[in-house]
Design a binder for this molecule. Structure first.
Ligand SMILES: Nc1nc2c(ncn2[C@@H]2O[C@H](COP(=O)(O)OP(=O)(O)O)[C@@H](O)[C@H]2O)c(=O)[nH]1
Ligand SMILES: [Mg+2]
Ligand SMILES: [Zn+2]
Length: 300
């Protein structure tokens, strides 16, 4: 058998990158059986396959996943678990310092999703050339202490792109962010043509239903892969119970045990450790505002 990485899925066919090249596979029938309602494999899965004629094969085994990026999607038989990417190493959230101005509520929502999915997140603050030198740090500087590294970049003057390339190298990264922030430009700066390749697939899939959706990992020359994340926006609608939301804000998570009431909402209660930290300036006002908006079910 050969070991390989699933780099593309489309309508029940799986392209597997092996040491000997790419092999287009289907799944051994017994892998499809079972009580579970959900995807059996996804891009990012490491599998073992039996080669058949030419460049085809059969996937026999799927290695256990370290983590995955998934959502519950409705389908006629009920909800099923749709795996967008298996084994992602990190999610890269790209925002611009200006044009468009960063929407921190949206950034925080992405970070909550990353926390909920157990995927490390890094932030790229792009278009630093458009603002005063101290502005990017003033906008994004409160994230690294929370455990979210920030890379300051500009595809116009080239700053930060080498650092980003190093962060992506050898890893499987999901890249996302609002449109117009420079994702395509950043990918092209890292590797000529990469931005275009990723964009073509995203556009091709926007019209598709999930049964025909193509998912693809784009190889980096120095090793590693980038995937775009169709569905991250829809994933913002993922069910997070209001009472578990504080667990997805690191600066709240570390304080809730000090609240007077165990069911504290951190909105108005006396003896709330979160409100005390906010008043003391130890929690950033933007972040607290994001918590309140998500807690109250506001759309971003
Ligand atoms: N000033 C400036 N413009 C940028 C930068 N990066 C990208 N742009 C421009 O922003 C626009 C959107 O970029 P694009 O890469 O298509 O963004 P995407 O929608 O996130 O993929 C284009 O006109 C780019 O030329 C940057 O670092 N600085
Ligand atoms: Mg783009
Ligand atoms: Zn509280």
């Amino acid at each position: 058998m050969q070991r390989g990485l699933i780099v593309r899925t489309q309508s029940g066919f799986y392209t597997v990158a092996t040491q000997e090249g790419e092999v287009v596979c289907h799944l051994r029938g017994r892998l499809k059986k079972g009580p579970r309602l959900g995807d059996v494999v996804a891009v990012g899965d490491w599998v073992w396959l039996t080669p058949l004629e030419g460049v085809t094969g059969v996937i026999e085994e799927i290695e256990p996943r370290t983590r995955m990026f998934a959502r519950l999607a409705p389908n006629p038989q009920g909800e099923y678990q749709q795996i967008l990417i298996a084994n992602p190493d990190q999610v890269v959230l790209v925002f611009a310092c200006a044009e468009p101005a960063p929407r921190f509520g949206m950034l925080d929502r992405y970070l909550v999703i990353a926390e909920q999915q157990g995927i490390p997140a890094i932030i790229v603050a792009n278009k630093t050339d458009l603002v005063a030198p101290e502005a990017p740090q003033a906008m994004f500087g409160h994230y690294p202490p929370l455990g979210y590294p920030v890379y300051y970049a500009s595809t116009v003057n080239g700053s930060g792109t080498e650092q980003l390339q190093q962060e992506l190298s050898g890893r499987l990264s999901l890249l996302t962010g609002p449109s117009g922030v420079g994702k395509t430009s950043l990918l092209n700066a890292i590797q000529p043509g990469l931005g275009l390749a990723v964009r073509q697939v995203s556009q091709a899939t926007t019209k598709g239903r999930h049964t025909t959706v193509v998912r693809e990992l784009f190889p980096l020359e120095g090793g590693g892969y980038v995937a775009d994340t169709p569905g991250l926006k829809a994933l913002a609608l993922v069910d997070i119970a209001p009472e578990e939301l504080d667990g997805y804000f690191p600066e709240l998570r570390s304080r809730v045990s000090a609240c007077q009431f165990s069911d504290c909402t951190h909105l108005h209660e006396p003896g709330c450790a979160v409100l005390e930290a906010l008043a003391a300036g130890a929690i950033h006002a933007n972040r607290y505002q994001s918590y309140v908006r998500m807690r109250c079910g506001d759309e971003e």
